[in-house]
Design a protein around this ligand. Structure first.
Ligand code: ADP
Ligand code: MG
Length: 461
């Protein structure tokens, strides 16, 4: 053991160069590794980095073999197995000398890649993506996919509200792969672009040729990314075409990355065929950033844009713009433009005046039944009027009942007041609706997650 401890840094260095591991990968996966113990010729290594459901499994699949080989190379010791454990496991073992073993699977090396074009904006990378509690899992998942396209997590499905970094992460995957392997054919499209192409093809006279060209384009890629998939919902022909594209690529082991504003299970009108396809891969959500993360992102953007901005004004922005990073950037851009135009430094007075449109009053949004009804309606893509209407179709009844439940649990409003806002319903209807959702939350994991997601939208902090 001692010898390995002594040479551990050397092992890591060798790994990094020998396997061309990027800085971000190195810092995420390898640097946090620490030797723990040897038992039965098995080497146990703890991972002390950020943990989530996939970290240990991923490191095991990706790095166990390279580490084993490198240790043999540098120290001459040949272990039967390398086993990664969490710090928690390690503490457990120290207590009882007994653990869950994680099996090592052989990793496949990358396939040869064909030449192709790409549509990736070099501006968005992992290096300039700030990691916080809200996006850590999504960032880890995206990095894993970027390192091993088509291998472990296919499709990767990233979801979250507007302006929270979905497109940035997708583009970062594209840039990373392109950097590591310039011959990879990466295709990034928004779902509108995809839809338009499908429609365009159906319109052309020579349908068969056009369709063939379309299929040649989409089915020869190595990595397909479709941004904002929620917009193909309800578009029959487009869904159909995407479904076949998806299956063809997936069967060939090509990586697919999808983003959406909600998880598949909440896209009520999405074809069930898709839900089961998406379930084969990995889902990662991006939540709302906390204050520290907002501040870190703002600082990063200020640095990128080479601007001078007083700390108090930075705080003012990060405190007041809470649920959308795009708006934080918008506010910053506005101040930069003003400063350059007027050739003056930004003071607090100027910031307050110029950012009026971005910044609602200093207090955070009060949670009212009105707010809840608005957020629920938006989540389900229906109108507030529909929520309050007599409409009894399930696509409206369920959101309405969820609103009843949330109004009843998140505010002090009376049942009468809630009923009034929801189209003059009486208090027994509200109780019935709220109880129904409450029961479902206990019995059904999906409802529980759905309600939690909406709660987060209502109250990001
Ligand atoms: P979405 O696709 O989820 O609507 P984007 O990826 O377009 O959001 O992000 C909006 C803006 O916010 C982009 O300019 C992006 O660079 C920035 N942004 C979002 N999250 C981060 C982050 N964690 N670090 C740095 N910039 C971020
Ligand atoms: Mg986007």
């Amino acid at each position: 053991m001692e010898e390995i401890v002594k040479k551990w840094d050397e092992v890591l260095d060798y790994l990094k160069t020998e396997y061309s591991i990027s800085d971000v990968s190195y810092n995420s996966w390898l640097k946090p590794l620490e030797l723990f113990q040897i038992e039965d010729n098995k080497l146990y290594i703890t991972y002390n980095g950020d943990q989530n459901q996939m970290t240990i499994g991923y490191i095991t699949r990706k790095y166990a073999t390279p580490i084993k080989v490198t240790i043999a190379e540098i120290t001459g010791t040949q272990f039967d197995e390398i086993i990664f454990i969490t710090q928690e496991n390690a503490n457990q073992i120290k207590k009882e000398k007994n653990i869950d073993l994680i099996k090592i699977e052989e990793t496949n090396s990358f396939e040869e890649k064909r030449i192709g074009n790409s549509t990736i904006n070099p501006k968005f990378t992992f290096d300039n993506f700030v990691v916080g509690r809200n996006n850590r899992f999504a960032q880890t998942a995206a990095l894993a996919v970027a390192e091993s396209p088509g291998e472990f997590y296919n499709p990767l499905y990233i979801y979250g509200g507007p302006g929270l970094g979905k497109t940035h992460l997708m583009q970062a995957i594209g840039n990373y792969i392109e950097n590591q392997n310039p011959n990879t054919y990466i295709l990034y499209v928004t779902s509108e672009e995809f839809t338009n192409e499908v429609i365009e093809n159906m319109r052309t006279n020579n349908n068969a040729t056009a369709m063939q060209r379309f299929r040649d384009k989409y089915r020869t890629v190595d990595v397909l990314m479709v941004d904002d998939i929620q917009f193909i919902i309800g578009k029959e022909a487009t869904q159909e075409e995407f479904f076949h594209t998806f299956n063809a690529l997936h069967a060939m082991g090509k990586q697919i990355v999808i983003s959406s504003d909600k998880p598949p299970k909440d896209m009520e009108t999405l074809d069930d065929r898709f839900k089961s396809r998406f379930d084969m891969g990995l889902m990662a959500d991006i939540g709302y950033p906390d204050y520290e993360t907002r501040m870190a992102i703002l600082n990063k953007k200020i640095e990128e844009k080479n601007f001078n901005l007083d700390e108090s004004i930075r705080k003012y922005i990060a405190e007041n713009i809470q649920s959308n990073i795009r708006e934080i950037e918008g506010a910053l851009n506005k101040l930069i433009a003003f400063s350059r135009l007027e050739k003056i430094d930004i003071t607090m007075d100027i910031a307050e005046r110029e950012l009026q449109n971005f910044i609602s009053p200093n207090i955070s949004r009060e949670i009212t039944p009105q707010l809840i009804i608005e957020v629920v309606a938006e989540h389900f893509n229906i109108t507030v009027d529909q929520m309050a209407s007599k409409n009894r179709s399930s696509s409206v009844v369920r959101p309405r009942q969820i609103a009843m439940y949330l109004c009843n649990t998140m505010t002090d409003s009376s049942l009468q007041a809630i009923g009034l806002l929801l189209g003059g319903r009486d208090h027994s209807t509200i109780i019935h609706g709220a109880n129904k959702i409450e029961d479902e939350i206990i019995k059904d994991e999906n409802t529980k997650n759905l309600v939690e997601t909406i709660k987060k939208k209502i109250n990001p902090n």
